[in-house]
Write a protein that binds this ligand. Sequence first.
Ligand code: PDD
Length: 279
Amino acid sequence: MIYLNGQFMPLEEARVPVLDRGFIFGDGVYELIPVYSRRPFRLVEHLQRLEHSLRGIRLPNPHTPDEWSRLIQEVIARNPWEDQAVYLQVTRGVAKRDHAFPVDVQPTVFIMANPLSTPPRTQVERGVACITAADNRWLRCNIKSISLIANVLLRQLAADAGAIETILLRDGFLTEGSASNVFVVRDDMLLAPPQNHLILPGITYDVVLELAQSGGVPFEVREVSEFELRSAQEVMLTSSTKEILPVVEIDGRKVGAGRPGPVFERLYRLYQDFKAQVM
Ligand code: PDD
């Protein structure tokens, strides 16, 4: 069951007019919220980021946080899975095609849930391979825009190469993955690229830094060069669906010893324990 503009219905029955600006211009924003044991994880933070994204595209938020929370809980309740990935999207609505904003148009609000599929054990235990590419996205990557063509093309490069993710480099520095944040370990220090307009402020990124802080893992938020990425002891990806994943190969070369490292193991444990507490 999904939610669309005030109604709950089966996905198959949901229809959006072809003139929706999401379809025509990619004019909208989204969130992806993991749900464990029917409880949305870090809901407040996801809704704050949604608010930020909506402001970024100058679209008034159609709902208060309480309204969002109720709608999301309702979608969760109407679906059969204990663990879900709730996807929500707001577009500027349906209007005659014109780049400038339409007046008096209702935004389109869509919420769906799918079973949450976290990475298979083998990926967590053995690690995953990534490739790198030049980050050719726009300069407002802190907005969770539905205009994802650059991310789609970049991710497909990884798929073509049999890799899991494309790690992006801009002007000689690490930004993030096509759909994840990237952390690096050097000299036993966890390094995180700063949250600015070049990356999405990941909710999982924040959780990982909080866990590093409380768990005594030394970390630093600072720019990470391409050289530092390529000669790192450890590299890991984070996202709401990937949680934390160890990267053991980049562009066909081993990362560190070529297997998941101790900083990953520690953070992964802390993350699973933290999840278990909120479940
Ligand atoms: N993507 N950076 C990008 C470009 C992303 O698309 C995502 C998440 C992240 C990680 O953010 P978070 O920890 O809040 O999930 C970073 C989601 C999962 C998606 O597009 O499906």
